[in-house]
Design a protein around this ligand. Structure first.
Ligand code: AMP
Ligand code: MG
Length: 308
């Protein structure tokens, strides 16, 4: 019976990893919240369903639900709601649950779940450098807080506080040096987190801002963990003007009707901004040093599986 298997698997989970993962999760969330609150950020509640969500740059199933007869989507990221929130506030963050029915090919990566949480933040009138600095400081502080209370033998043995600013590598330089699979090669070789910056337009969604001085390249970035743990963060500066958003939607071959809410808001006036999202479960996995993200999460939505 499938129910029997599900409950059996749940009860038999590795208790040490699960407990450490959950303790780390508690500290990670608390540290980040404290760090951002001190800096004057406001925590906004996550949006779970809305007519509009992140198109993403890779194919995922996009379940739609009927909401009083209207078509709503489950949140894949809060990108557009972050931009809208900045109409009222200057700096915001949210612990935002995301649903992404990822392709089944991603089931053995050890770092993909179909339901996960991003600490998603956005700052009005600031650029990429500002939010990169925030991310570096926040990551180091979080690691330091974890190491104060959790016994080292339960954590990733290679974990430390990292020297700031983190190294920056331009996307095209990474491709020339390591080829298409640069991310996993560089992540495995690295001892410190590093940034991949200036990602080509076709690799990302329409909302990340195109460089003024270098067409086809975006003012965005990914943070990559060392020791083979892969991507930690994606973020960047955003497009905010009606004309440019319209142009970028067209370049992606997407339908402007699908983004009429965003277009309407940009017509009224969106602010320039920058921000990023950091996956909480992935950060916990890295800190604990777990091969599989599912081992450190209580109810992991494993890709392609029927789960609790
Ligand atoms: P994205 O903007 O799509 O790069 O997502 C932001 C961050 O969320 C990523 O850098 C990851 O840390 C995390 N993330 C994205 N997709 C997943 C997933 N399927 N499972 C777990 N974490 C994810
Ligand atoms: Mg990403």
């Amino acid at each position: 019976m499938i129910e029997e298997r599900l409950i059996e698997e749940f009860v038999e989970k590795d208790k040490t990893k699960l407990l450490t993962g959950t303790r780390v999760n508690t500290i990670v969330r608390g540290s980040m919240k404290h760090f951002l609150d001190e800096k004057g950020f406001l925590e906004i509640n996550p949006v779970i369903i809305s007519p509009i969500s992140d198109p993403l740059n890779h194919p995922v199933d996009d379940p739609v639900l009927s909401y009083y007869g209207y078509k709503y989507r489950l949140t894949k990221s809060m990108i557009f709601h972050k931009q809208l929130a900045l109409i009222h506030f200057e700096k915001i963050y949210s612990f935002s649950p995301n649903i992404r029915i990822e392709p089944v090919e991603r089931k053995n990566t050890g770092r993909h779940l179909a339901e996960f949480t991003q600490l998603d933040l956005e700052v009005r009138d600031k650029g990429r450098d500002f939010v990169m600095g925030l991310a570096e400081e926040m990551l180091n502080l979080t690691i330091s807080n974890v190491r104060k209370v959790i016994e080292p033998k339960l954590l990733n043995p290679l974990l430390k506080e990292y020297s700031m600013p983190f190294r920056r590598v331009r996307y095209l330089d990474a491709v020339s040096a390591y080829g298409r699979d640069f991310e996993s090669i560089m992540s495995s070789e690295a001892k410190e987190p590093f940034w991949i910056i200036d990602i080509p337009l076709e690799e990302r969604e329409f909302y990340d801002r195109e460089k003024e001085e270098e067409k086809g390249v975006l003012m965005d970035m990914d943070l990559i963990y060392p020791n083979g743990y892969g991507e930690a963060i994606s973020g960047g500066e955003r497009e905010f003007s009606y004309e440019r958003i319209l142009e970028r939607i067209a370049k992606k071959g997407q339908r402007k009707e699908d983004y009429s809410l965003l277009l309407e808001a940009s017509r009224r006036g969106l602010h320039p901004s920058a921000g990023f999202g950091i996956g909480i479960e992935r950060l916990v996995r890295f800190i604990v040093g777990s091969k599989d993200i599912s081992d450190v999460v209580l109810f992991p939505k494993e890709i392609g599986k029927y789960v609790l």
